[in-house]
Design a protein around this ligand. Sequence first.
Ligand code: NDP
Length: 321
Amino acid sequence: MVVPTFDLLGGYKIPVVGLGTWQCNNEKELEDALNAALENGYRHIDTAYLYQNEHIIGRVLKEWFTSGKLKREDVFITTKLPMEGIHPDRVEPFLKKSLENLQLDYLDLYLIHFPVGITQRKNPSDSLHTIPTDHIAIWKKFEQQVDAGRARSIGISNFNIKQVDRIVKNARVKPASLQIENHVFLQQAELVKFAQDQGIVVVAYSPLGSPAYGNYVATLGITAKPTPSILNHPKVNEIAKKHGKTAAHVALRFQIQRKIAVIPKSVTANRVQANINLFDFTLDDQDMKALRQLDIGEACRVCDFKFAKVSSDHPEWPFPQ
Ligand code: NDP
């Protein structure tokens, strides 16, 4: 299967489906998922320094490159500058560390993970504090990484309209991509339109609504707010049945037809295999309209970053609450 791509500002192309890898820290599980993904045609992998799994991805990619099954230019690798790296002096060292972990010479896309910087921890037990965060100074360092050939494209994640606009207005190298939480229940139409009008490719994280998010934050002693299940929603399932597909297919295809790329995470081989089978059906206007009507908005933001234990009164906190 050859996955279609969206054009990025700067001339590169991003496959419209990628494999998400957050909460994938079991080495064997992630290796198996990556192998299943690459065997089934995935050519886009999303990771982050924060996920602490870049080294596993690097090892698997190295095997594929060394065996000659894939060439470096066949795959699109995204990783992200962590919040503790959001300081002009720390951009390049963190990017170089990610390259080393991934065993790569360049990244396809490097993102600012979140618009709020925090103190750099020396030990995992150190408490975290937010720090003044100058996006323009950070962005200039990102542009230098493009100049140096360490990142082909650069972008932002979890930025709101005002923050995207400020970067665009001050950038020499425009952001190629904006990665945000986006799914049937949190469609963020205004932010998506704003970014797409600037030529920025939107990538939807948690495109299935991150059904295991509550379990993850519970391990950190946090209770996630209850949000409805996209995959069990009657309308999503009705549309899926009509096309002989699954609710997950409908949720992902909906985004692709909105010209939004998707990075569903799975470590279950048959789901990895299934989640990329999105190109043998088309949602019609009636389906798209019905799905658009399922938007609930902010109340359905799953990934509210409370797990990062930083305070939402920082001036660059991106979300309304
Ligand atoms: P997703 O919406 O991709 O949901 C992943 C969950 O859905 C997993 O529990 C997975 O289970 C399950 N799942 C996957 N496919 C299916 C299927 N076909 N049927 C039923 N269940 C399924 O959530 P994520 O929050 O992981 O988001 C995706 C990716 O986006 C992340 O992995 C990460 O790469 C990125 N991300 C980026 C963020 C940012 O701040 N920039 C924040 C959050 C995510 P299982 O694995 O057991 O199969």
